[in-house]
Design a protein around this ligand. Structure first.
Ligand SMILES: Nc1nc2c(c(=O)[nH]1)N[C@H]1C(S)=C(S)[C@@H](COP(=O)(O)O)O[C@H]1N2
Ligand SMILES: [Mo]
Length: 425
């Protein structure tokens, strides 16, 4: 058995070594932001150099998601961003005509002294948003995941203006407990997508969390229509359904409850994002006597992340009937990789200055970062020929294996992923 690894290994050192071997990439090499990195962080990964296949797989990992690989969950017939240009203009789906309203609910209780309303000509427009951005822009990393999806949609560095700055402009008065917010939905109630938050979450941030934002950029580029542009909500700690795209209207209400579109689907609309692991690269076949290179990522959810583990189980061998989450299986430690040296898919392969969760020199201030992803790798020792099931899981900050045995996929799926492996004789 391979010894277990307790150290967070260094993706940085590993990829530097890999790139030094790869002449074509040396010049584009390591971001200057990293030159100030402490030596203590420079320890070599334990899996590094064990196999060229694994080194290559690790070097190919991408932290932030390429636009064309970002997954989408959307509704609308037609999808609002597919309207012809004229119609896009007419319905506020382009910057020139985009407006954001912040108004009181017509519940007769909530008071808003300076509503930002289209009919009063006071709605926030794109120039107003960009003006705010000059002094108020924030950026933070956040993984976008649908609570109903088996894997994340994409990893983003989101930029926007805190929603509270816009809410304050509307001068909220008495009796406001919640915000309902709406995306453009072809003016058809059946196509509506809306979500909601307690006012307290918008006005303040739990210690260490970035604010809820009206986002206009993802990974350094202005949001495409597909990704929710001109502007969308992004809630750092929440599943995707809280991050309404094509945002046009915020209603300040006395209502004490969530009225999210996602409440309809039996979803837990208050769920925190869960911690779980997935494979990125895994061989489907290896030769007898060969070790097994594996890479993957974990989503760092509300309960944190300390480890990723993998388990190789001979196919056909009986699985314990009384242990559906395999808590007693002989799991082996994978290695959690340190922060990447280059933040691929960002302009200049670098995280911009003044990004929440990063030091001024571009190093993350904690690792792994919450509500983000972290990569892992393992090189399993050779096993006897045959067919195998290979699984991965996470251990959270409290030392609890995730998924915990619990039957609630509607509060976020974190099931154990299984892939198969054939070892030839
Ligand atoms: N207007 C609008 N916003 C929306 C949705 C939608 O259908 N319409 N889908 C939501 C859901 S359920 C998810 S999971 C995320 C997905 O974001 P993405 O498509 O940018 O990955 O968007 C959310 N925002
Ligand atoms: Mo979703």
């Amino acid at each position: 058995m391979r010894p277990s690894h307790d150290f967070v290994a260094d993706h940085f050192a590993l990829s530097r070594r890999y790139f030094l071997k790869t002449a074509a990439l040396v010049s584009g090499g390591i971001s200057a932001a990293w030159s100030g990195r402490a030596d203590a962080d420079d320890t070599m990964s334990k899996v590094a150099g064990k196999s060229p296949a694994l080194d290559k797989a690790i070097a190919e990992l991408e932290y932030f998601t390429q636009p064309e690989k970002f997954g989408t969950v959307e509704r609308g017939t037609p999808l609002p961003y597919t309207h012809p240009p004229e119609k896009l203009r007419e319905v506020g789906m382009v910057r020139e005509t985009w407006r954001l309203e912040v108004v009181a609910d017509d519940d007769g209780k909530s008071k808003v002294d300076n509503p930002l309303a289209k009919d009063k000509g006071t709605a926030l427009d794109w120039d107003g948003l960009m003006k705010l951005a000059e002094t108020r822009a924030v950026r933070f990393p956040k993984i976008m995941t649908c609570n109903n999806g088996g894997s994340p949609l994409g990893m983003g560095l989101w930029e926007g203006v805190p929603l509270r700055d816009i809410v304050w402009m509307a001068r909220p008065g008495e009796n406001i407990r919640r915000l309902f917010y709406y995306g453009y939905h072809n003016d058809d109630p059946k196509q509506m997508f809306r979500s909601s938050l307690p006012i307290g979450r918008v006005l303040e941030d739990a210690f260490g969390l970035p604010p809820v934002i009206v986002a206009y950029k993802l990974n350094g580029e202005f949001l495409s229509g597909k990704r929710g542009g001109p502007a969308r909500i992004v809630v750092p700690e929440a599943y995707g359904f809280k991050s309404v795209k094509w945002l046009q209207r915020v209603v300040l209400t006395h209502a004490p409850f969530a009225n999210d579109t996602y409440a309809d689907g039996a979803n837990d609309v208050d769920s925190g994002m869960k911690t779980f692991a997935r494979f990125v690269s895994h061989p489907t076949t290896v030769k007898g006597g060969e070790s097994i290179p594996l890479t993957g990522y974990a989503q760092v959810g509300v309960s944190g992340l300390t480890r990723v583990q993998v388990w190789l189980h001979p196919k056909g061998k009986e699985l314990p009937a009384d242990d559906p989450h395999f808590t007693k299986a002989p799991w082996q430690q994978a290695e959690l990789l340190a922060a990447p040296s280059q933040w691929k898919n960002l302009p200049g392969n670098a995280v911009p200055a003044t990004t929440h969760g990063f030091h001024a020199d571009g190093r993350p201030s904690e690792w792994p970062m919450r509500y983000a992803l972290a990569h892992w790798a393992a090189q399993l020792p050779a096993v006897a020929p045959g067919e195998y099931e290979l699984r991965c899981r996470t251990i959270d900050a409290a030392g609890i294996a995730q998924p915990m045995p619990r039957p609630f996929p509607k509060s976020g799926r974190n099931g154990i992923q299984m892939v198969t492996l054939k070892v030839e004789s």
